[in-house]
Design a protein around this ligand. Structure first.
Ligand code: NAD
Ligand code: MG
Length: 392
């Protein structure tokens, strides 16, 4: 049976890996929608290769270019955030959510409302609006709506929980490579360049998540993602630095057993698991030779090096819309670092200042978690972050 699938963020790292899997078995899939940002040439190429119904670019200014590239193919072209959301309302069985940042939330919610299975690479959805995403999936459950993790750690935990009772879970441990600056002297961190922060020792990912790995903001987001996805209390979630990135997560049970997920650092495993779930199918990833690898190292994270982890714990304790504020402040600080306005260390200081200032705004953090309030909190956090960055 042909499955109808859409890929949001198809031109990115996760999007390309998803296409790599799907393109190996073209008969099995009908591609509904593909979406991208500025890389219109690649978006059009993908749409033509996969015979998509529609290709959508996030930017209105790119529409004419996209139209010209798709002329005569019968593939529809559209542009803008609303068009992306509309594309997400087209019926599909399986939808990959791989836009980077808070922009991934609205199309993900729209896809769940149609009853699609949402493969969630966009961790920001759960960080900014976890309860809303889960409630939307539950509300449309009888139509088929379902959430599957794609983040490697969360896919690993999900796999470790198959056949288990949540009552028997004592703790969840997600691993972190430590990123580019794991072994740098602390006082050197402020001199880290954009190029240095954009290179990851183990994973080949988009630039933003690569820098977030160096600062551990990625792991901070993943702590919150773990809390939301699996519904465990924050004190049961641990981060462990594991430089080889081969053990992705461990689940600790009440009988003392630790179930570890071990596999190559290749996102096609987690994407493929979500694509074929609940079955396991052959995937084109390397098979590990543990004897050749020889050793696996683990160490606790240093919270002086990575203050983002402490901030994530504060956000989880606060709850409400503090995740939306945290994520938006982080996105703005990251923009500031990429633009050369602030140094690497300043990013977490900016985020902390935004959290402090906005948690004092009456009625903001503990307003109802709906899309309007998430957007309002997100906007306020970005404005506040800009103010802090500009007055530095
Ligand atoms: P990427 O930067 O390589 O790709 C992002 C995609 O989103 C591109 O198609 C881009 O055009 C599109 N995009 C960017 N801004 C947009 C906007 N405002 N509106 C609409 N589309 C927009 O990112 P990535 O590394 O593929 O990561 C995608 C998501 O998956 C992120 O949430 C990331 O945290 C998560 N993730 C990535 C990896 C990885 O290995 N790359 C692993 C785990 C989780
Ligand atoms: Mg991850």
């Amino acid at each position: 049976m042909t499955r109808r699938i859409s890929i949001f963020g198809s031109t990115g790292s996760i999007g390309e890996s998803t296409i790599d899997l799907v393109a190996r078995d073209p008969q099995a899939y009908h591609i509904v929608a593909l979406t991208g940002g500025h890389n219109v040439a690649r978006l059009a190429e993908q749409a033509i290769q996969l015979k998509a119904e529609i290709a959508v670019t996030a930017h209105e200014a790119n529409l004419a270019d996209l139209r010209a590239r798709l002329e005569g193919t019968g593939i529809e072209a559209a542009a803008g955030a609303t068009a992306i959301e509309e594309a997400a309302r087209r019926p599909a069985d399986w939808v990959m959510s791989a836009i980077v940042g808070a922009a991934g939330l609205p199309p993900g919610l729209a896809a769940l409302e149609t009853g699609a299975t949402l493969a969630l690479a966009n961790k920001e959805s759960l960080v900014t609006a976890g309860p809303l995403v889960l409630a939307t999936a539950a509300k449309h459950r009888e139509k088929g709506a379902r959430l599957l993790p794609v983040d490697s750690e969360h896919s690993a935990v999900f796999q470790g929980l198959v056949g288990e009772e949540m009552d028997a879970v004592e703790r969840i441990i997600i691993t972190a490579s430590g990123g580019a600056f794991r072994d740098w002297p602390l006082e050197e961190l402020k001199n880290a360049t954009l190029a240095q922060a954009s290179s990851h020792p183990n994973w080949d990912m988009g630039q933003r998540i690569t820098i977030d790995s160096a600062s551990m903001f990625n792991k901070a987001l993943e702590l919150i993602e773990t809390r939301e996805f699996f519904g465990v209390s924050p004190d049961r979630i641990e981060v462990l630095v594991h430089p080889q990135s081969l053990v992705h997560a461990l689940v600790g049970f009440s009988d003392g057993a630790l179930m570890a997920h071990v596999g190559p650092a290749d996102m096609r495993h987690a994407i493929g698991y979500a694509l074929h779930w609940p079955e396991r199918r052959h995937l084109p990833v390397d098979r590990l030779d543990l004897a050749a690898i020889g050793r696996l190292d683990f160490r606790p994270p240093d919270e002086r090096r990575w203050p983002a982890l402490r901030l994530a714990r504060e956000v989880m304790a606060e709850g409400g819309l503090s995740g939306a504020v945290f994520n938006a402040a982080k996105e703005s600080a990251l923009d500031g670092f990429i633009a050369g306005e602030i140094d690497f260390v300043r990013m977490s200081e900016v985020v902390e200042e935004v959290l402090t200032r906005l948690s004092a705004v009456a009625g903001l953090i503990h307003a109802e978690i709906n899309l309007d309030n998430v957007r309002a909190a997100d906007q306020m956090a970005r404005t506040e972050a800009r103010r802090i960055i500009e007055t530095a």
